[in-house]
Design a protein around this ligand. Sequence first.
Ligand code: BF8
Length: 648
Amino acid sequence: MTADANWLDKGNREVLDKMRGEGIDTVWDRLARQEPQCGFGKLGLCCKLCNQGPCRIDPTGHGPQKGVCGADADTIAARNFIRHIAAGSAAHTDHARAVVETLLDVCRGKAGDYEIKEPDKVYMLADVYGLETEGRPIKEIAGELAEETLAEFGRTEGTTTLIARAPKKRREIWKKNNVEPRGIDREITACMSRTHIGVEHDYRELIRQGTRTALADGWGGSMLGTEIQDILFGRPVPVRAEINLGVISSTKVNVVVHGHEPTLSEMIVIAARSPDMLDAAKAAGAEGIQVSGCCCTANELLMRHGVPSAGTFLQQELIIGTGAVEAMVVDIQCIMPAVADTVRHYHTKLISTSRDAHFPGAVHVEFDEHRALEIAKEIVQMAIDNFERRDPSKVYIPDEKTELIAGFSHETMLYMLGGRFRASYRPLNDNIMNGRIRGVAGVVGCNNAKVDGESFHTILVKELIKNDILCVQTGCSAGTCARVGLLKPEMKEFAGPGLREICETVGMPPVLHSGSCVDNSRILIACTGMVNEGGLGEDISDLPVVGLCPEWMSEKAISIGHYFVTSGVYTIFSGGGTLLVQGAGKLSDYLFDGMEKEYGAKWGFEEDPHKVARMVREHIESKREALGINKAAERKLFDMEDRRQLVV
Ligand code: BF8
């Protein structure tokens, strides 16, 4: 099967056709050349962990059932699966480490271009870490907090501190299953060492190690990344912005920031708005400087500054293909190496900036937070200097761009739903209990070139909101739905009557953009907030909530999926035809069924978005039934007595 970009809108399609006319390869062409892809790999049945292999297990049962070392299908697939978790967790947590180090430098006076923008959050985290705050200057507290959080990564004793934020019952479940994460790096290393040939062979023990590693991501690295970024760059609040290739300017210098870490891109925004840079752009014949984003760096800037997003993962080559990008500035994660080939056909400079990510053919300007604004200006100046090399005969910028509202952090959700004087999850819980909102779906995930036809994300989200299920989105899933307009308040017209009523009252869209992929930790905090508010059970697994990851692609998605499941959220993946475990019978049975007994939640996989929507509805209704809130919906606010009776 070759998808051939059928999900693209007209403008993106036109740019793709133009690129093909110019003899440029894209992700869809390369996918076509890879077909047919390895059937053993798709089922998780290929092992290349030692040089007696590569080995394959025959899924028909007629060929080999053991690798050369004797590993069976379940051992092989479980090892592969938790190595994905380790890589995904490492990606998120290394991102977080860099942000924590920046906070430490800020507090030590070594990164003067940044400041502490959210003292409240410093106090909140200081409380979780048991730090003294009375009478101390904020930078001193934040400095100690940075040291403490930095210690999380290599912690040699005890557990990751932030798991204390989870509901009590969930922490007991983790303790009982012996999966409380120790130091973040410790768990990632254990994942790698236990999957080496000849170490751990019990698929359930392998998954247990994967669980610790994923929890160290969700309740450790990712959560730290989110919270410390809020401290440094500000807590997102609802903001109007635009998305799609049409945000690229025909008259301004275009700088596209792509990747995940906002540390440099925050400075690029400041640099691009500074009078000296604007003067330089005008002197170069441009009308100004247009910064836009791609992937999760886009989400970070979108949420905090309303900076437009030029596109999501699958659009990165098309963004360059407009022929109007002076510089694509990349940091880490989800940047296809192909972009280094694409820029060769245009005047675009690909500027790599991370000491961890190099692209042969790119210009490398290594970022250093001690000289953050200076480096940002250097990069913007490179883009300005490149403006005169733009070739008008190669430029095609489609009109398409769509408005969206982003910036629904967990704190903003409280404010939106509860109002200034009643900032709590009470109204959300009440509206779930009275049935206006049936439940909540966290819809996250990537784009995958293998997915054909209309985007899985958009079909699914439309069907969910129609059924009064509030959708909270992150990552490329949010971007994909934003592109078709689902993140506009006007979309309430497509919501069911209950959800529409709330959207009208509160003035919010039925689909909430909560940020980048590290911000999935915001969904964990929101779920915990709903539990703590009362009336919807005692644990996350009691909530009428699901996790969905359509079009999954990256290893980070597997780590996210696994920390969702083991935090008590039934999580359904889709896209690309596989979760890369389905060839291993016992392992699949455990992930898709057996885990529920231990964690109150399990994995799901389904390729038909309409079926996924049905599975979501059934799950949410069964949770409502168990909570005793599925009686005919009464239109009233529940008082304390009602709530006490409803607690299971
Ligand atoms: O971290 S959604 S394609 S950009 S992995 Fe990558 Fe997937 Fe996009 Fe953000 Ni998340």
